[in-house]
Design a protein. Structure first.
Length: 278
């Protein structure tokens, strides 16, 4: 039996022994200059879910394998290992690098999808800054545009709805905060007051996300804020603002006749009529 054939037989056995061993054995692989052997160990590590080992080895191998038949697989596997290790920001960058390097590559569609998926996994709760959410939306939209019949199109569209809901919730929390601050002027910007800011924020959100499930909630905030604005108005603006509030209440009842806030709207209308009746 020649040496090459003997090596092919014992290599899988050796890899299994190394993977079941401790850090000492991994360090031996890490230090070896046999890059084919190191790559096989990295692939076996990835397959077994040992993503930390895989990432460390693949980060070195990506450079060494560039220009070889293993280059695409190596880079894509690094991205997947980073994703498996929950290092989503690093994964997003590596998936992006793969797609930019191999736009027609074997893993191109999956890499494009996982740019968005990685960003999606790293998005924060709605009350925090949503820059990552905006980036994830852009990535999924790009995937959908490039692969209109992609096998993960349905998942991408579902993710887009979830991400947009997060942006809507962010706007709702902002609008609600303005309403709760009410006549407290310490938080006001642009020279207005918090009720006006609540109305503007809510109306902008409804214009941008007309099909949101929070549409009624925004409408309630608008109605209540306009009534409060009328209540606190100077005499010169009082009648006009009560008329505006009254119109808002009628519109709210027409749109949401079974709303839990219908009684509130009717109470506001009665109060408004004290000022708007001819």
């Amino acid at each position: 039996m020649d040496n090459k054939r003997h090596l092919k037989i014992i290599l899988p056995v050796a890899l299994s022994m190394l993977l079941t061993g401790c850090a000492h054995e991994y360090n031996q692989v890490f230090k070896t200059s046999d890059y084919d052997y190191k790559y096989e160990f990295a692939k076996e590590s990835f397959a077994r879910g040992k993503y930390t080992y895989a990432v460390t080895l693949l980060q070195d191998l990506v450079t060494m394998k560039k220009g070889t038949s293993d280059a695409q697989e190596c880079l894509y596997m690094l991205a997947m290992a980073e994703y498996g290790e929950h290092d989503y920001e690093a994964a997003a960058e590596t998936f992006k690098k793969y797609y930019q390097s191999y736009p027609r590559g074997f893993y191109a569609e999956m890499a494009s999808f996982y740019v968005g998926q990685s960003l999606y996994m790293s998005t924060p709760e709605p009350r925090l800054d949503q820059s990552q959410t905006v980036a994830a939306i852009a990535a999924f939209q790009e995937y959908r545009d490039i692969f209109p019949d992609g096998k993960l199109k349905a998942v991408a569209e579902q993710r887009l709805m979830e991400l947009q809901d997060k942006l809507v919730e962010k706007e709702y929390l902002s609008a609600k905060l303005y309403y709760n601050l009410g006549s407290y002027f310490g938080n006001c910007t642009s020279g207005g007051n918090n009720y006006e800011a609540c109305v503007v924020t809510s109306e902008n959100a409804l214009n941008e996300y007309p099909y949101t499930s929070l549409r009624e909630d925004f409408s309630i905030l608008i109605m209540k804020s306009k009534f409060e604005l009328a209540q606190m108005s100077v005499e010169a603006k009082k009648i006009q603002r009560y008329q505006d509030a009254e119109d808002e209440c009628y519109g709210f009842i027409n749109q949401y006749p079974d709303s839990k806030e219908r009684a509130t709207a009717e109470k506001y209308i009665a109060k408004c009529k004290e000022f708007t009746k001819e």
